[in-house]
Design a protein around this ligand. Structure first.
Ligand SMILES: NC(=O)c1ccc[n+]([C@@H]2O[C@H](COP(=O)([O-])OP(=O)(O)OC[C@H]3O[C@@H](n4cnc5c(N)ncnc54)[C@H](O)[C@@H]3O)[C@@H](O)[C@H]2O)c1
Length: 417
């Protein structure tokens, strides 16, 4: 345990877009200091020294970070195929880990992280920051208050309409085999000759990334599990294709349907997920819509809205053709069956909570350091991380194998339902 005056010294492993963003937020928290950075492209190590000072220790090989005793915690923001291996090595060396989502590149890797975390007793936070968002926190409160009645289905989408949204990232002019450590980048992935597109646009290739599934569906499932307290789906089906952005082996349009079983937290419901990289306007759109028997709730980038369905108009239109006394009897019977006294009061009332001032990513990092320093309960442990990542990755398997996939969210195992 650290005293309030102790500085927590951190290192960044994978100093690209997200890693540098994570580090900026982490080091804005009092008592957190970056001392080292690791990356396979020299230009990013130079950038880290520019931002954090020339004394920042810089290396291409993460083992040099693992070996340093002065590093208490690491942020891992490499491509997905490195997440589990570096996480396990860092946990085994006694370091706390903040690992970007998706926690794993393949489902089988999940248990090794759970075991290493439990053996080490170190804090392991998965970086799906929307779990710390106010929009989901509020949506969970509504859900727990039964504000939408019985949950029937969920529709979630994350659409994009730009080259960057489709992972067509910039390739620097000096990218070559001297400035980029291609071996270190590839690791255990299948070997290919040097290819700057594979290096800088790795999300487009299954060897390193997880496509729409692990990059974006995982955010939607994290939100869904946060709000409903669900452990996960049991049946998963997906389809899609490479429609517009062709320079890849993962789809740029993907649709998935998932079955969530009855549980203590909720009745059985169905989920539809969608990602489309040529989706029309607006440039980016994100939402998770919870559809219940008595209302609809939607969480998005800006907040959460709650609309109660007007249930009084639901009678058969023939009712007015009956005698008045019959109309009254039928109306009373319908109300007693369908409307709780609470829902009658709230009917039609729209509620909207603007959460745009909330910074989920900063909150997520704050929780990580409070957990290290004060033992505050962690928001996103590896078991939660695997329960979000595994069904997301199974949407890929469903699409690639053209099969319905099964998952046991309690046992964290495939195919036993
Ligand atoms: N939570 C979020 O909202 C969010 C957003 C973006 C990215 N991410 C995740 O962050 C991770 C990084 O994504 P990015 O957009 O920053 O990618 P990026 O390509 O910008 O950065 C990845 C960096 O990792 C480096 N790298 C590769 N292999 C390495 C190794 N063995 N050791 C050290 N460095 C290595 C690369 O050289 C590159 O600089 C991904 O897993 C991604 O899914 C999360």
């Amino acid at each position: 345990m650290y005293s309030p005056n102790d500085t927590i010294q951190i290192a960044l492993i994978g100093a690209g877009g997200m890693g540098q963003g994570d580090t900026r937020l982490a080091t804005s928290i009092p008592g957190v200091k970056l001392v080292a950075a690791c990356d396979c492209y020299d230009g990013r190590l130079t950038r880290m020294k520019e931002a954090y000072g020339p004394d920042t220790f810089a290396t291409r090989d993460y083992h040099e970070i693992v070996a340093r005793k002065d590093i208490d915690a690491v942020i891992i923001a490499t491509p997905d195929h490195w997440h589990s291996r570096i996480s396990v090595d860092c946990l085994n060396a006694g370091k706390h880990v903040y690992c970007e989502k998706p926690m794993v590149h393949a489902i089988e890797e999940g248990q090794s992280i759970i075991d290493a975390q439990s053996k080490s007793g170190k804090v392991f936070q998965v970086g799906s920051q929307y779990r710390s968002s106010l929009a989901y926190t509020k949506a969970r409160e509504f859900f727990e208050q039964n504000a939408i009645g019985k949950l029937n289905s969920v529709e979630a989408w994350l659409d994009r309409n730009s080259a960057i949204g489709a992972w067509e990232y910039s390739i620097p002019r000096d990218a070559n085999t001297k400035t980029c450590d291609w071996n270190q980048f590839q690791g255990n992935a299948p070997k290919h000759p040097w290819d700057p597109a594979r290096f800088f646009r790795w999300r487009n290739y299954r060897d390193y990334g997880t496509g729409v599934a692990g990059d974006l569906f995982v955010h939607l499932l994290t939100g869904l599990h946060t709000v409903t307290n669900s452990l996960g789906p049991t049946r998963i089906f997906a389809t899609g294709g490479i429609r517009y952005w062709k320079d890849r082996d993962v789809p740029d349009v993907m649709l998935a349907v998932l079955d969530y079983p009855d549980s203590e937290a909720h009745p059985a419901f169905n989920v539809m997920l969608r990602v489309n990289f040529k989706s029309g306007l607006p440039r980016e759109s994100f939402g998770v819509k919870f559809i219940g028997s008595e209302g609809v709730m939607t969480a998005d980038f800006k907040g959460v809205s709650l609309d109660k369905l007007p249930q009084t108009d639901e009678f058969d239109y023939t009712i007015k053709s009956f005698a008045e006394e019959t109309q009254k009897t039928l109306t009373a019977a319908w109300n007693a069956k369908h409307l709780s006294p609470e829902s009658r009061i709230q009917q039609g009332s729209g509620e909207y909570l603007d959460t745009s001032a909330n910074e989920p990513q900063l909150e997520h990092h704050k929780n990580f350091y409070r957990s290290i320093r004060e033992g505050q309960p962690l928001i996103e442990d590896p078991t939660f991380g695997l329960r979000a990542a595994a069904p997301a990755l199974l949407t890929n398997e469903s699409l690639f194998q053209r099969k319905i996939m099964t998952w046991d969210p309690k046992k964290l195992a495939q195919g036993s339902v």
